[in-house]
Design a protein around this ligand. Structure first.
Ligand SMILES: [Zn+2]
Length: 154
């Protein structure tokens, strides 16, 4: 025979008729031989009936006239606060390790690219540079074609 502690959690589903057949057999067998569990089951049934009766009475007595209007009036009185911002630590803080790793990889890639480019440069034969066609180091003011104020070139 099963113990009462194993039967009590199954009393609710037994009352609702939701017990599987294999559990229903041994729970019924226990209830036939245990007055305590039978009384407990009767108490659960009485509590369920009382709750059902009270809720039915309240539902019948409730007045829902004007309910939608009262809800809308209450919602209309609520002022919306400032818009929520999802920038900053909420958005980026969760991924800061991924950003740091990506930044580190990008930095390492730049360093490797720069190193290979500089080593490649030393192996290439040097070619003479053509002479500049204008004096780019002059400091005479000129006017840029897109704007009217003078700029200086160095
Ligand atoms: Zn029992």
């Amino acid at each position: 025979m099963k113990r009462c502690q194993e039967v009590v959690p199954l009393l609710g589903p037994h009352i609702d008729g939701a017990l599987p057949d294999d559990d229903l057999a041994w729970v019924d067998d226990h209830l036939r031989g245990c007055a305590s569990c039978t009384d407990r089951k009767a108490l659960f049934v009485a509590q369920g009936d009382a709750l059902r009766e009270v809720l039915s009475a309240r539902g019948a007595a409730a007045d829902f006239t004007g309910f939608a209007g009262r809800v809308l009036a209450r919602v209309g009185n609520d002022r919306a606060g400032p818009p929520l911002r999802a920038y900053g630590s909420e958005l980026w803080g969760a991924h800061k390790r991924a950003f740091a790793a990506a930044g580190g990889l990008a930095l390492a890639g730049c360093m490797a690219s720069s190193r290979s480019a500089s080593s490649r440069r030393t192996t290439l034969p040097s070619s003479p540079r053509p002479a500049p066609r204008f004096k780019w180091w002059t400091s005479a003011p000129t006017t840029a074609p897109c704007c009217s104020f003078p700029t200086t070139r160095r």
